[in-house]
Design a protein around this ligand. Structure first.
Ligand code: TRP
Length: 447
């Protein structure tokens, strides 16, 4: 294990983890989930989930990964020989493949929007026209599949180069630029007529709307957006060096990720109300609203092109991190070559991605539990598998792992004075596991 790569700089650590966290989850999924669940109350619960479930579980993943410098399966075997907890890595592998499959479809749409922006096709139309633009894309089996494959191909090429070169360089440069662009769009949206309605929708919670599906949706969104529960950050932390401050890094990642999601909301919702659109439009929401926003900005061609290019890269840094779970598992547990593991990962995602892409056209009537394959993959992985994985990891760190190692990891063997250590350990041991179980009981109607 000693020759495993390590992140070269402290910036590299944070940038790569933020690169994993920030992606379509913030800019596509967060606004549409918030829109479907009535806005403010969802966002309030979401933020609570980030604070009391998200940050503790990030830290739990970091502790396991960094203390062993190994992948999830062998890390847990090292820390607790013979323990069944290592099976959490299989949840991680299944859900990472499921997420990669539907994520690539959405990222493929982003890629096509990038291409259309380049050709000038996303400029100067009305909101209704953009709804048609999106329906034509998602409704066409061959276009959706083609762009899904192109995206997976790009992902494949980047991963084959190995972790350090690929990930670090790209995310170091792209993330700050994306952030800047989002702030500009935010200001633009706030100046739209009727912007106040959008802000009210986001920031005036109506708690009478709280429902089991909203709470489980907010929890799932928090796990999804923070890349949690499927040992993705655990795998990244296995590349951290012993100086990386875990608590501080986890907090920075959670805060930045939440800022990006809230910024995306402040870009989308004022525009939704200003254009007279429907906030509960679902997965197509941002694809219909964003081009309309760029259209009314001076220099819209440039903004739309820049935005879709950056979002494309934000998606790729996320899919790289998802792919890394499967690949690390194959190469380190099954001694497969990195090339072969990368190919296998891409191939499986292509097959399942095809089914997800077809869920908006040929297979849109094919439903399991009332959901299309795309929706089912999304729901099962985000709302069930990720929180279940998070539960197992938190219980493992809180109850099974040697307390001395946990404290050593939190303080870097006593070098750091972490004043929040007690509350963090309390959250990992009690708050996060209990909240996840209660939310599951709430949604199944048992509580
Ligand atoms: N967090 C990413 C996003 O918001 C998606 C993602 C990357 C992810 N890696 C993950 C989600 C691991 C769950 C688990 O777009």
């Amino acid at each position: 294990m000693s020759e495993r790569a390590q992140f070269a700089t402290k910036m590299g650590v944070i940038a790569a983890s933020v690169g994993s966290a920030v992606g379509l989850g913030n800019i596509w999924r967060f606004p549409y989930e918030a829109g479907m669940h009535g806005g403010g109350a969802f966002i309030a619960i979401y933020i609570l989930c980030v604070l009391f479930l998200g940050i503790p579980v990030i830290i739990a993943e970091f502790i396991i990964g960094r203390s062993t410098h190994q992948n999830a399966n062998s890390a847990i075997r090292t820390l607790a020989p013979g323990s069944k907890f290592r099976y959490v890595s299989y949840i991680g592998i299944c859900s990472s493949i499921m997420i990669l499959s539907f994520y690539s479809v959405v990222a493929g749409w982003i890629a096509e929007y990038m291409f259309q922006s380049l050709l000038g096709g996303l400029n100067g139309h009305s909101t209704q026209d953009y709804a048609k633009t999106f329906n034509a894309l998602a409704g066409s089996p061959w276009r959706s599949i083609l762009w899904t494959y192109l995206f997976l191909g790009a992902n494949f090429l980047i991963i084959r180069k190995g972790i350090q070169k690929g990930i670090e360089k790209i995310s170091n440069f792209m993330m700050p630029v994306l952030f800047l662009l989002l702030i500009i769009f935010c200001i633009n949206s706030l100046l739209l007529p009727n912007a106040k309605e959008g802000l009210k929708f986001m920031f005036m919670p109506d708690f009478s709307q709280v429902s089991p599906s909203m709470v489980v949706g907010a929890m799932g969104q928090a796990f999804f957006s923070l890349s949690l529960g499927l040992t993705c950050l655990l795998t990244y932390a296995s590349y951290f060096n012993n100086k990386t401050p875990l608590v501080k890094s986890a907090t920075i990642i959670a805060v930045l990720d939440t800022c990006v999601a809230v910024l995306a909301g402040v870009i989308i919702f004022p525009a939704v109300f200003s254009f007279g659109a429907e906030p509960a439009a679902g997965p197509k929401l941002v694809f219909e609203i964003l081009p309309g926003i760029f259209g009314q900005m001076p220099g819209g061609y440039f903004w739309s092109l820049a935005f879709f290019i950056l979002l494309f890269f934000a998606s790729i840094t996320s899919t790289i991190s998802m792919s890394e779970i499967f690949i690390t598992f194959c190469t380190e547990e099954h001694k497969m070559s990195r090339k072969k593991a990368t190919r296998l990962n891409t191939l499986i995602a292509m097959v399942l991605g095809t089914l997800c892409a077809l869920s908006f056209n040929l297979l849109d009537d094919f439903k399991i539990f009332g959901k299309t394959i795309f929706d089912l993959f999304d729901y099962v992985s985000s709302n069930i598998l990720l929180p279940a994985g998070g539960f197992i990891l938190a219980v493992f760190v809180g109850w099974v792992m040697d307390k001395k190692i946990v404290k050593e990891q939190l303080t870097n063997s006593g070098e750091l004075n972490v004043r929040t250590m007690k509350p963090i350990i309390f959250c990992i041991r009690y708050v996060a596991p209990a909240a996840i179980v209660l939310i599951f009981l709430y949604v199944t109607g048992l509580f």
